[in-house]
Design a binder for this molecule. Structure first.
Ligand SMILES: [Zn+2]
Length: 440
């Protein structure tokens, strides 16, 4: 089964270097993406490809819409959607007041299934096709996430969250039980369909030393798991970690000591990391996930992108819903840009779109599968229609460069300009037409 999509086509070359993205991107004003059996068959200039193609197949004309690889959200909580936009607390109080009660409800399988579907639907309608996700401590929420993603054929990485202290009793679980549950879920879901497992101790405050040690040992039992946790998001959090781990030099040292820093480790936030912590992160190939809408919303602080960049650390981006205020990676880019502007070095539009497509795919070690339109890649893509936003349409009426187009889309755009999202060539999440679509 082969189908073509004609429109403006944008992606990055696999060889793209973060310091030289001007040479690393491809843009065709009249482009064609051909998908065959769920994989990219060809992508490039419409006329050139069309003239060479002997076979006849359906071509959908998307006009001036932009076809680009699906977005990758590397830090989001599937169990916090109900608590999004909750007023006036900083991280630790916000967790106690809003988040833990919200996560508790996912113990119920019916609740977990219904609300997880809503969560994934929101990712898709925002153009996000791959996500690194924190469910709750419960088997119910983690299974609901994997099962629903599998039904959708979505690329998803997740694992039950571990917490054995400093949270309400109803969410605590001793670490042997978390270990057992994670082991069972790995056997059931890891590498099945498009799923991967991430060992997920929430963070050093809610994990005892025994729990972190056990989580790290589970991670090292396999070659291809991921590990995700939070770090240095909020000053009070850092004080509390220093207090509960007095024998460690700094926050990062806690994770380092248990062998948790690896190329497959994703640390959320990292706003207040010191120079020696950044050096250690760089040396171990650990990734940092910048979550701008969340950092602004919770008043956590302003992430300085230049620091990891100078240390050759791979940074990715996360919506961090429900601390984050939008599922849209366009909105996430918008706030990342504003923070970088305040910090005195505005991030370029090419850099920003790289971070949510090929850059994130490389950080995840999935660049052979997703992230751009090279032949043989899984055909996860998004179609953006700027005309759906009248102000954006007005802004780009006159001819604009690809960079200017991208920039205007991320500053003014959101889910309303997502015309359709495709997973392996199948339409799954539209804001404009639902007829005949595989909607949840
Ligand atoms: Zn988070």
């Amino acid at each position: 089964m082969q189908k073509g999509y004609r429109g403006r086509l944008f992606d990055f070359k696999t060889s793209a270097e973060i310091h030289d993205l001007e040479k690393g991107f491809k843009y065709f004003e009249d482009g064609l993406l051909i998908v065959k059996d769920g994989f990219v068959e060809n992508a490039g200039d419409f006329q050139t490809i069309f003239n060479k193609t002997a076979q006849s197949f359906e071509i959908e004309n998307l006009g001036k819409s932009i076809i680009m690889p699906g977005f990758i959200d590397t830090h989001v909580h599937s169990v916090q959607t109900k608590a999004i936009a909750s007023f006036g607390k900083e991280l630790l109080d916000w967790l106690d007041n809003y988040i833990f009660p919200a996560e508790r409800k996912y113990e119920d399988p019916e609740y977990a299934t219904f609300h997880t579907k809503f969560f994934l639907k929101n990712l898709l309608k925002n153009g996000t096709t791959t996500a690194l996700v924190y469910p709750s401590v419960h088997e119910t929420s983690t299974s609901a996430l994997f099962d629903t993603a599998m039904d959708l054929n979505m690329r998803l990485i997740a694992g039950n969250t571990w917490m054995d202290r400093n949270a309400p009793g109803y969410l605590l679980e001793n670490c042997e039980a978390s270990y057992k549950l994670s082991s069972q879920l790995i056997k059931k879901y890891h590498n099945r369909s498009r799923l991967k497992f991430a060992v997920t101790p929430r963070y050093a405050i809610t994990s005892s030393p025994e729990a972190l040690k056990l989580a790290a040992s589970l991670f090292h039992e396999y070659d291809d798991l991921y590990l995700q946790t939070h770090i240095s998001e909020n000053r009070k959090e850092i004080e509390m970690v220093n207090h509960s781990y007095p024998n460690h030099r700094n926050y990062l040292d806690v994770y380092d000591d248990f062998g948790m820093l690896t190329e497959r480790t994703f640390l959320g936030h990292g706003i207040y990391l010191e120079d020696d912590e950044l050096k250690r992160i760089s040396k171990t190939g650990t990734k940092i996930v910048h979550c701008p809408t969340s950092n602004l919303f919770l008043g956590s602080g302003l992430f300085d992108y230049q620091k990891p960049l100078h240390n050759n650390i791979q940074v990715t981006l996360g919506s961090d819903v429900g601390g984050g205020t939008s599922f849209s990676m366009l909105q996430t880019l918008q706030d990342a840009y504003k923070i970088s502007a305040i910090k005195g070095s505005p991030m370029s539009p090419l850099l920003m779109f790289y971070l949510i497509t090929l850059g994130a795919a490389k950080a995840l070690g999935l660049e052979n599968r997703i992230g751009n339109f090279d032949k043989g890649k899984e055909a996860d893509f998004v179609v953006l229609d700027p005309d759906m936003n009248p102000l954006l349409k007005y802004r780009i009426e006159e001819s604009v460069s690809p960079e200017d187009l991208l920039f205007a889309m991320m500053i003014l755009g959101d889910d309303r300009i997502v015309k359709e999202t495709y997973l392996m060539g199948k339409a799954v999440g539209s804001n404009q037409s639902t007829a005949g679509r595989n909607q949840i």
